[in-house]
Write a protein of this length. Sequence first.
Length: 264
Amino acid sequence: MSTFNNKVVWVTGASSGIGEELAKQLAVQGAFVVLSARKIDRLEEIRTELKNADSHLCLALDLERSSNFPELAQKIHEKYGRIDYLFNNGGLSQRSEAKETPLEVDRRIMEINYFGNIALTKAVLPYMIKQKSGHIIPISSIAGKFGFYLRSAYSASKHALFGFYESLLLEEADNGISVTIACPGKINTNISMNALNEKGAQHGVMDHNQATGMPVDTCVKELLIAVTKKKKEVLIGNKEIKAVTLKRFFPSLFWKVIKNQSAT
């Protein structure tokens, strides 16, 4: 029987990419899926296509506006009686050099990718503590392990998640709460299309790295396996994830290799 069977699973960023695929695969595995993103109409379209469509719930959520997160968590608890998993997947990428990026863009990316992320975790945490179980899965990035061209704000926000969630997993272990920090590499999603440029507008271009990246369904399968095994961290991707090992054990070689990689 699936780990996720009859479990209540909240997925943010569920209107596309990894989040949408998570909703699909979790529904097949018998979960009660709560789909969240800003586009409620798109969420409803996805929900109707899921297995056991009527058992799932759509909640509009904007990671820049976290004041209603406790209310949303309460709605889920009132409907299902518990919250077992939180896939903190929603976020925003970047395609601009640091010198050309105004501070307002840095702040917006940090608000969405870091503060919005942890605000949702803090809204869910009291329920998990009370039920003495739960599993939180923040989606960081391979850019959370090292910086890269055109990613200064994005990389910073993903690095920040490690500091918070590594602390949280230690603090809440005695309450039966697990944390798995996921670091996708090049995955075939629209993340580059929606990324912010130096003007704070959408990049609007499908990067070669995304177009040729790991299929999103494969990425999600690997992620769910890691969550089932309660891994504390998982790298997901193709050969690009080897850069993390290279940086750790052969840093001089890493910097020689990474500077020649395409930014897009």
